[in-house]
Structures are given as C-alpha cells and as structure tokens.
Design a protein around this ligand. Structure first.
Ligand code: SAM
Length: 241
C-alpha cells in the first residue's frame, strides 16, 4: 500500500471549511450585518421573493448556516415546512437556538448535511435556497446536481452569492474594502483574520454571472437567469427543474 497524495483533498477541504465556520459561528450573524452595513438582509429578501409565485410548501435551505434564510423564508412565503442543512455543527447550533427563541421549531428544522450527498430522495422539494453557500462548496458541480436531483419537477432553485463589481471606480473602492478593511475588521471583531481573508480569496476564484449560469445549465437546470444587486456586489441566480 502506498499513500496517494491529495486523494482526500476534497474531504479535507470540506473539513477545513466546516471547522472555520464552527470557529466563527458565534459572531457570524453580527459580522454579516456589520460588514455589509445590513444590506445583506435586503439581498436575501429579494432572492427569496423569486420563489413567491411558486407558492412552495416544502423548502430546502442548503448551507443554511445560522438559518437566516430559512427564518426569513418562513416569514416571507409561509410554507408548510423548511429544512436547513449545513456541514458546520457550530453554525447549526446557533441557528437552532434562534429558531427555538422565535417559536418556529414546528416549521423549521436544521440538520447536519452535505450539499454534495443530500440524504433525501429524488423529487422531494418544491424549492431550494442557497445563500452565500455555493462559493464554499468543495465540488460545485456535484452540489448543483444533487440539488437538482432532490428538486421536484417544476421546482425552483435560488442561489444568492457575492460577485465582483464591474464599474471601474466602484471596483477600486470595493477591492480595497475586501482586501484590507474586511480582513482587518474580521481580525478585530471576530478574532479571525483568516476567515475574512478566506472570504475575499474564495470570492476572487469563484465562477460568477454567465459562467455560473453555464454551470447551472450543465447541471440540468432550465430557464436559468441572474440579476446583479447593489452595483454587482451580489447576484441572485434562478434555475428550474
Ligand atoms: N446561508 C447562510 C447565510 O446566508 O448566512 C450561511 C452562509 S455561510 C457564508 C456558508 C455556509 O456553507 C457555512 O455555514 C458552511 O458550513 C456551509 N457549507 C460549506 N460547504 C458545504 C457543503 N458542502 N454542504 C453544506 N454546507 C456547506
């Protein structure tokens, strides 16, 4: 037997991502509001609103983290049931506490679960949401295909994700913010500079806009489209089964 290097690199990366989110879980919500100036709430609302015409009853929130999208979707769309999955037990625990405080435990449940091997049968959910999650997937194509598999025919996926602004002047300001200011604040307030450096690095490497739409199409989604929000800092993407 000989050791094949990097054979488990995807698994290792997954473990690293989960541990990183475990370590910032307690400050995650506060940091989101602080670093985005609260605008992330507006982005989430807009993405969730894309599902309204569908009137989905059974919704899966992938990479649910501390459950913000699950909770907002509950109030915005009034479904029967929302299930959130995430690989970070630390993030989920904070989410569960919030859901309990809000008295929503009958409607929303959070489980440990991986986007790349979703433990539900084919054609289970009317709609799927993923906010700021796909960028962290270890294998994006696998995750997109799994979500497609568990989506009912006629069901809809909405992805919310950061993107890189295109307007030259704004791009300059934005890059300074993401390269220096956000990691600095992360170091100061979350005592974790690496996590916020990771945020920036993962955003630079990630396929966005037309490129992500192409990958969604390849994974099987139809009527895909995206919309840039707030000067293109963020985009939502839709696709149907
Ligand atoms: N959706 C939440 C929100 O909008 O605040 C959390 C987003 S947080 C930036 C990204 C989350 O993706 C983390 O909680 C992380 O544990 C999770 N994650 C990363 N890879 C995952 C995977 N393969 N399956 C499920 N969750 C994953």
């Amino acid at each position: 037997d000989h050791i094949v290097p990097y054979q488990n690199s995807e698994e290792e990366k997954k473990q690293q991502v989960a541990s990183m989110f475990d370590s910032i879980a307690g400050r995650y919500d506060f940091m989101n509001r602080f670093l985005s100036g609260g605008i992330d709430v507006t982005w989430r609302k807009k993405a969730i609103a894309q599902l309204a015409p569908l009137k989905p009853k059974n919704i899966l929130d992938v990479a649910t983290g501390t459950g913000d999208v699950a909770i907002m979707t509950w109030h915005q769309l009034h479904p029967d049931k929302i299930t959130g999955i995430d690989i970070s037990e630390g993030m989920l625990e904070h989410g569960r506490q919030k859901i309990e405080k809000l008295g929503l435990t009958n409607g929303i449940t959070l489980h440990k679960g991986d986007s790349e091997t979703i433990s539900y049968p084919d054609n289970t959910f009317d709609a799927i949401t993923v906010a700021f999650g796909v960028r962290n997937f270890q294998n994006l194509e696998k995750g997109l295909k799994e979500m497609y598999r568990v989506l009912k025919p006629g069901g809809k996926l909405v992805i919310l994700e950061f993107s890189r602004p295109k307007q030259p002047l704004f791009k300059g300001v934005y890059n300074i913010y993401m390269n220096f200011i956000a990691p600095g604040i992360g170091k100061l307030l979350a005592r974790n500079k690496d996590a916020y450096q990771y945020l920036n690095n993962s955003m630079q490497a990630f396929p966005e806009r037309e490129q992500l739409i192409r990958i969604m199409n390849e994974a099987g989604y139809s009527t895909t489209h995206y919309k840039a929000l707030t000067m293109g800092i963020c985009c939502y993407y839709c696709g149907s089964k």
